[in-house]
Design a protein around this ligand. Structure first.
Ligand code: BGC
Length: 373
């Protein structure tokens, strides 16, 4: 009986939480430029700068488009810029936004440590800065940070590997594994790596998981610019040097762009047959290319970070700043940028694989069935 009550209580709390979130999140989209009740209608001139890193990765296109749409719906003007993964381009775009009179800057940085100078200029003009998805480091002029729980992304990947190898059910392997890291200039890369490696650590220490190359330090495993080609080249080398006589069982890839390069390398090495099945391979972002790879059995899982949720959260932050109220944050401890701990809102990442992708990605309207064909 006690159990039943606890269960019911938990259920009620969950529902309340869910409804609460829905309410808060729908605030932005429903606004349609009418302004929040009780808040003065914004001037048409309120310009928000949105600096995105690159169009070459699907997710940033979605992030940018979502931000623009939601901000415009809420009555703002938007200066949306993509920097083609060039740090210099991003810096000059940000300086331009400052000159144009943007009131708030939303920045998904390329090199998290390269924007100090630009942000000093922003601060002098009283422009607030929100770091989008990636923390901006070494600057006191970062006011808020909105992202997904990056450590948790890694934990989800680690737990998936443990479950698939049945390591918690007494399997002792040894299973061979190699580890990839994200771009060394992206703060997120370290969080993804720690989340996954902390989770897998007991099984690496027990010998159930064997990293044949011995490469686990970020200096050895990081792929500059999150480039698929970089991952492909490293995977080629790993396979030649360590897996000439046996198959690799697992590849821990922090995201989907690296997973694409890894799959290209595996295919070239003859994986994808009965004798040489594709290894367990993780990812993150649910890019359409990778969801197709999930469906084709070439990639095992991805972590879904609904960019709509993040954009809604950031637009709420923008609205709060403009209203002079406190933007929503739920973490004031984790993201130390080297100068200060930046108050953050962490959204929840979600596990995706062949079994739940339809519900998660199609039923939710994130993709159409067509896009995944
Ligand atoms: C993002 C990932 C993305 C990666 C490469 C990271 O900062 O959090 O979602 O896959 O950058 O663009």
């Amino acid at each position: 009986m006690k159990r039943m009550v606890t269960f019911l209580l938990a259920a009620v709390m969950l529902v309340t939480l869910f409804v609460g979130c829905q309410k808060e999140d729908s605030h932005v989209g429903d606004d349609k430029g009418e302004g929040t009740p009780g808040v003065e209608k914004k001037e048409a001139g309120n310009l928000i700068g949105v600096a995105m890193p690159t169009k070459s990765l699907q997710r940033w296109n979605q992030d940018g488009a979502n931000m623009k749409e939601l901000l415009e719906d809420a009555g703002y003007k938007v200066d949306l810029q993509y920097a083609n993964n060039s740090v210099e381009t991003q810096m000059s775009q940000i300086e331009n936004m400052i000159t144009k009179g943007c009131e708030i800057l939303v920045i998904a940085s390329i090199d998290g440590s390269a924007l100090k100078g630009a942000l000093e200029k922003a601060a002098k003009e009283n422009i607030k800065v929100i770091a989008y998805d990636r923390l901006i480091r070494d600057s006191e002029n970062v006011d808020y940070y909105a992202t997904f729980d990056n450590y948790k992304v890694g934990v989800i990947q680690g737990l998936y590997i443990i479950e698939k190898l049945k390591l918690d059910e007494g399997e002792t392997g040894p299973f061979t594994m190699e580890v990839f890291g994200g771009s060394p200039d992206d703060n997120n890369a370290y969080f993804f790596n720690s989340g996954a490696m902390d989770t897998l650590k007991p099984h690496i220490e027990s010998g159930a998981i064997l990293i044949k190359s011995g490469q686990t330090d970020m200096e050895q495993i990081a792929i500059q610019g999150w480039k698929a080609e970089g991952a492909q080249a490293r995977m080629d080398n790993l396979l030649t040097a360590n897996y000439a006589d046996e198959n690799i069982d697992v590849v821990l890839s922090p995201n989907d762009s690296l997973a694409q390069g890894i799959v290209a390398s595996l295919k070239a090495a003859g994986y994808g047959t009965e004798d040489k099945p594709f290894p367990i391979l993780t990812g993150q972002d649910c890019d359409t290319t990778n969801v197709k790879m999930l469906i084709a059995g070439q990639q095992s899982m991805s972590v879904f970070k609904d960019t709509r949720t993040l954009a809604r959260k950031v637009v709420r932050m923008v609205e709060a700043i403009m209203e002079g109220s406190e933007p929503p944050v739920n973490d004031t401890k984790t993201y130390d940028n080297g100068v200060k701990v930046v108050p953050a809102y962490l959204c929840e990442p979600v596990f995706a694989d062949i079994n739940n992708y339809k519900e998660l990605l199609i039923d939710s309207g994130y993709y159409t069935e067509e896009q995944l064909k």
